[in-house]
Structure formats: C-alpha cells, structure tokens
Design a binder for this molecule. Structure first.
Ligand code: 4NP
Length: 160
C-alpha cells in the first residue's frame, strides 16, 4: 500500500510547523488516511530542540480543537531528505535553508505550504513569534486552508 510522508518545516519548530502538523493530522484523521499519510515537522534552527510548541501557538490551536501539547521541537536532519516525500516550508528563508542542506537529487521535494492554499493567496506563512496573538490566528487560518489543498493533492497521488 502506498504511503506518503510529509514534513512541515519552519525556523524554530515551535510555532508554524507544529501548527501545520496538528491541522494536517486532524484533516488526515478525518479523511481516514492516517495509515497512508505520515506527518512530521522540524525546524531549520536548533534553538528549541526538545521543547513543546510555543504557549501562544498551543492556546490558539486548542481553541480550534487541535492538541499540540505532545509535539517536541527538533531540527531537520540529513536523513529527512530521503525519508520524506515532501518537505513543506513555511517561508522563503526556510525553503532556502532546506535547499542548501538538501542533496541535489531530492530538491524537488521542497515546496512552500501556501502553494496549496485556495482561499489565501499569500506566498508565505508569516513568522508570528515576535508579534501578538492575531499572528497565531492567521497561521492557523493559513494552515487550515493550505492543508485542505495539500490533502486533495495527496489523495490524487494515492489514487494513481
Ligand atoms: P517558528 O517561529 O519558526 O514558526 O517556530 C519561531 C520560533 C522561534 C524563533 C523564531 C521563530 N526564535 O527566534 O527563537
């Protein structure tokens, strides 16, 4: 049976990529595809290794029914480029850092999350870390939109 492995990537792995992971896990469970779609997240930086998601990200996610409390920060590792089918970056700096670390044969696995958005036409998921609570709401709005599009694209791949 075909499975697809997806890793969401931001800078710290405590705000945007765990939010995307939580939203995607919910949508995948709802679609009964948890055995076919493997989801993880990582940061390009090493500051928050082993830490749970930012309290503000956890609170905002919990209000919408997503539990991020068990996730822990980790840094992207060289073996991730072979292990995952898609490495989905939140912004251009994350994508550039991934591209630099990625063996050339795997570079086409690197995509931007908002490529999959249908309602929101912004190119990137803006870093909410140094801003207010509204930034975390916007991250979730963007993740909910783009993960729907991503799931639709993955379903097509799983069927072919
Ligand atoms: P994230 O947000 O990349 O969405 O997890 C950030 C988390 C931490 C830092 C920056 C962005 N930081 O500078 O520590």
């Amino acid at each position: 049976m075909t499975t697809i492995a997806v890793c969401f990537v931001c800078l710290g792995n405590i705000c945007r990529s765990p939010s995307a992971e939580g939203v995607m896990a919910y949508q995948v469970r709802r679609a009964k595809l948890s055995e076919r779609i493997v989801i993880d997240s990582a940061g390009t930086g090493d500051w928050h290794i082993g830490q749970p998601p930012d309290e503000r990200a956890q609170r905002a996610a919990k209000r919408r029914g997503y539990d991020l409390s068990k996730l822990r920060g980790r840094q992207i590792a060289s073996e991730d480029f072979a292990r995952f089918d898609l490495l989905i970056a939140m912004d251009d700096a994350n994508a550039a850092a991934l591209t630099k670390a990625c063996p050339p044969e795997y570079r086409d696995k690197i995509r931007l999350l908002m490529e999959f958005g249908a309602r929101d036409d912004s190119r990137v998921v803006v870093d909410p870390y140094f801003g207010g609570d509204e930034g975390f709401e916007r991250v979730l709005d963007q993740c909910e939109d783009a993960c729907e599009g991503l799931l639709k694209a993955l379903r097509t791949q799983l069927l072919t």
